[in-house]
Design a protein around this ligand. Structure first.
Ligand code: UD1
Length: 420
């Protein structure tokens, strides 16, 4: 199993290019099941989760083609099987995103029920109840969600009890080919939901309200071929900016979107960073200063993203002062804290809040990653440690960060991958 070995103490400096967003690329790949015409997707990030989604399409008889510019073309007309097996769903929960498209276009789908994961129980009850409200017949048996519909799904007025990102995406995709109008209230407003909606509109769907908490979808007969470029990854962008701030560095992130990172950039300014932005770039300069601790609370977009919570915990661990971080989206997203404490951090957990007393520097140690964003936070912790850190179980990081060690090396970090 691969490990990352990090020698800390270097301030990150330089420029990097941000990849396409994993969390929009995944639903956009699933949306290709909605049409028998060819869909071209550009700016896909090179990640394990993307490979898993392509493999999932392959299991169904759909063979995506990758061209010389690494754009992917998908034509789903060769589909033979309408199921997502447990072997793939257990490695990537986002496999649930094929449920809505398969059901609305082919009238049937079987998707393994995702289990809990390191950050919480993560049920999919809201996906199921919304599709049932649209006329789907759904049973959960033998560990599978078995869904079918007699004829077409029909439009419905759906109120989501909780803001769910993939739940909103599944229902939105299902509604594009349903009979009549669907209204999703308390919809997720995440930029990735908007990116998926914009892709669906390019395919001929009738959608309005994306980016607000009420999305209206008027079902159409067919969707058609299109070419769509995935938006930049805001979480990858934020992760590198936080790493630069924690190491008192100065970096420029290119091919990104400052407009969807407001909550994060405002926290980085409170940390003491000078931030400059252009249309598609963000520059962060700490002027060699130690960061100040910040307090924050995660919540659905446009509030502070849960996917950036662990990285700020790493930053706070070496900041000036005390910061508190409250997690409101997932119930168990503090696994990284115990590993950071092993590196000399002073962090205590009180319910769904962590209180972080900043120390001058961490001390390198062997640590273990438990989930994707926790892995990123442990790498940041390694970068601000006095000696060597090894981060084990980095398959988590390869799910969501493209070439992380190459990108960090290009910013001056001393980081290398070793096989053990
Ligand atoms: C997506 C993102 C993930 C991010 C999360 C929250 C993708 C592929 N993943 O995950 O990176 O951390 O949004 O921004 O886009 N819930 C229920 N019932 C449901 C659905 C959700 O109770 O049917 C709960 C979850 O347990 C969680 C909360 O709702 O507590 C939000 O989860 P959700 O937005 O659905 O997360 P994902 O879409 O899985």
């Amino acid at each position: 199993m691969d490990k990352l070995i990090i020698k800390g103490g270097v301030s990150l400096k330089g420029e990097i290019r941000i990849a396409g967003a994993k969390n929009s690329a995944l639903p956009i790949l699933a949306s290709t099941l909605l049409t028998h015409e060819t869909v071209q997707i550009c700016n896909l990030p090179h990640l394990y989760d993307i490979t898993t989604m392509i493999e999932l399409l392959g299991c169904m008889g759909v063979q995506p083609i990758i061209d010389e510019k690494l754009n992917v073309e998908v034509n789903s007309s060769t589909i033979q099987d309408f199921s997502a097996p447990y072997e793939l769903v257990k490695t990537m929960r986002a496999s649930i995103l094929v449920l809505g498209p398969l059901l609305t276009r082919y009238g049937k789908a079987e998707v393994a029920l995702p289990g809990g994961c390191a950050i919480g129980s993560r049920p999919v009850n809201l996906h199921i109840s919304a599709l049932q409200a649209m006329g789907a017949d759904i049973v959960v048996e033998d560990g599978y969600i078995k869904a079918s519909v007699d004829g077409k799904l029909r439009g419905a007025h759906i109120f989501m009890d909780l803001v769910t990102v993939t739940g909103t995406e599944n229902v939105m995709m299902a509604a594009t080919l349903a009979k009549g109008q669907t209204i999703i209230e308390n919809a997720a407003r995440e930029p990735e939901v908007v990116d998926l909606a914009n892709c669906l509109v390019t395919m001929g769907a009738e959608i309005s309200g994306q980016g607000t908490d009420t999305i209206v979808i008027d079902g159409v007969e067919d969707l058609k071929s299109c070419s769509y470029s995935v938006m930049p990854d805001r979480i990858e962008t934020g992760t590198y900016l936080i790493a630069a701030a924690a190491t008192r560095g100065h970096i420029k992130a290119k091919d990104t979107r400052p407009d969807i990172l407001e909550s994060v950039l405002s926290k980085l300014e409170q940390v003491g960073a000078e931030i400059k932005v252009g249309e598609d770039w963000i520059e962060l300069d700490m002027h060699d200063k130690r960061p100040n601790a910040v307090s924050l609370r995660t919540a659905p977009y446009p509030a502070f993203p849960t996917d950036m919570q662990a990285q700020f915990t790493a930053l706070n661990s070496v900041a000036n002062g005390t910061g508190s971080i409250t997690e409101t989206v997932f119930e168990n997203r503090f696994m990284h804290v115990h590993e950071m404490n092993r590196m000399g951090a002073s962090i205590r957990v009180e319910g769904n809040t962590v209180i972080v007393d900043g120390v001058e520097a961490l001390k390198g140690a062997p640590v273990m990653a438990t989930d994707l964003r926790a892995s990123a936070s442990l790498i940041i912790a390694g970068l601000v440690s006095e000696n060597e850190t090894s981060v084990d179980r980095i398959y988590h990081i390869d799910r969501g960060y493209e070439c992380i060690e190459e990108k960090l090396q290009s910013l001056g970090a001393q980081i290398r991958r070793v096989s053990s």
